[in-house]
Design a protein around this ligand. Structure first.
Ligand SMILES: *Cc1c(COP(=O)(O)O)cnc(C)c1O
Length: 354
């Protein structure tokens, strides 16, 4: 007789960055250092709690309508979920059903291989080049699907739209997912390609650029046919993915576009300042178009810097896998004040000043 354990769907889960309970300078999970638009707080505090008695709208109409209007597409081109992790997981389940492997970079968002394992999707990773660039030629062979973040994580490196169009046009046999979690921080979106190609899905999140990681809002834009397939899978899994409060909060964020753009500009200007400071301290990094910098010091070990920063109450992210990136630290962009404290501390650590 077989043991029940042999029939369990086992998987090694994704490890999220630490959420410390004490007050620290938290630069480890790419959260936005600024609060969401004041409109979001207002909408949440004015909500009539009677809405909690009823199920939320399963079609998420208010949020889908607001997103469709904002991006100038039809409602049937938009899908929403509980953070982009939910949208991506649902997309893997819906679109990656081939016996051929799906392709994604070897250094990328470390949730892709977890979903592939969970859903038993075969995959092949493609090595980044020496400058952490994605090599488009590696993605031209027929395959079961493709997923690439743009900008890539944790490198922060962005590729132009033509780069993705070349890949998408080569793959009528599969769906290409572009994960634009960080696109608002200065790189160019592939949204326009969703009008031209029916096999491309662009995935976005409110967690980073809209300062709403705690609400869990993600969405996808694609051809009506893609979105219909995605919705069919979602409604076969869980009809009520998004709660009423979150739907209203998401709409409020979209309505306050000036606030959104001003905070993005703040983060980008702090990022550029941080790049200069890090260079002066002997760090090197690929040029980041996101709200983090992936940096390595020219003499000091990343593990050592990581531990000393933590001692000083500054949390950054360190990935020990794959080995090629184990000497890098991923540093999220905080406020100007937080980054000044970080730079002061790094100066002390790298120059051995006490
Ligand atoms: C943060 C992140 C996500 C997930 O974000 P959600 O909070 O689930 O919306 C997806 N992809 C990449 C590349 C990310 O960095």
């Amino acid at each position: 007789m077989t043991n029940w354990r042999s029939n369990v769907r086992t998987v090694v889960p994704y490890t999220p960055g630490e959420q410390p309970k004490t007050k620290v300078i938290k630069l480890n999970t790419n959260e936005n250092p600024y609060p969401p638009s004041p409109l979001v707080g207002k909408v949440i505090s004015c909500l009539d709690e009677d809405i909690l008695r009823k199920y939320p709208d399963p079609s998420c109409d208010v949020l889908i309508s607001a997103l469709a209007k904002y991006h100038n597409v039809d409602k049937e081109n938009v899908f929403v979920g509980v953070g982009s992790d939910d949208v991506l997981a649902m997309s893997f389940m819906t679109f990656f059903n081939s016996k051929d492997p799906i392709f994604f970079p070897d250094i990328t968002y470390s949730f892709y291989d977890v979903w592939a394992d969970l859903f038993r999707i075969p995959y092949e990773t493609k090595a980044l080049d020496d400058d952490f660039r994605i090599i488009s030629e590696d993605y031209l062979k027929p395959c079961g699907g493709i997923v690439i973040p743009n900008p890539n994580a944790p490198t922060g490196v962005a590729e132009p739209v033509e780069f993705f169009e070349k890949i998408i046009a080569a793959h009528p046999e599969c769906v290409v997912i572009i994960d634009e979690a960080y696109v608002d921080f200065g790189s160019v979106s592939c949204l326009d390609l969703t009008r031209k190609y029916d096999n491309v899905l662009v995935v976005r999140t409110f967690s980073k650029s809209r300062s709403m990681a705690g609400n869990r809002i993600g969405y996808a834009i694609g051809s009506k046919e893609l979105i219909k397939f995605l919705s069919d899978c979602k409604f076969s899994f869980n009809s009520y993915t998004m709660d009423s409060i979150t739907l209203a909060a998401g709409v409020a964020s979209i309505q306050d576009d000036d606030y959104f753009r001003d905070r993005l500009a703040d983060v980008m200007s702090t990022r550029e300042w941080t790049k200069t400071q890090l260079s002066e301290l002997g760090f090197t990094f690929p040029d980041s178009m996101s709200n983090f910098i992936f940096a390595k010091h020219n003499t000091m070990d990343a593990n050592v810097i990581f531990a000393k920063l933590k001692e000083a109450g500054i949390y950054v992210r360190h990935f020990s896998n794959p080995p090629r990136i184990d000497n890098y630290l991923r540093i999220s962009i905080g406020t100007d004040e937080e980054m000044q404290v970080l730079i002061n501390e790094l100066e002390r650590i790298t120059k051995g000043v006490n």
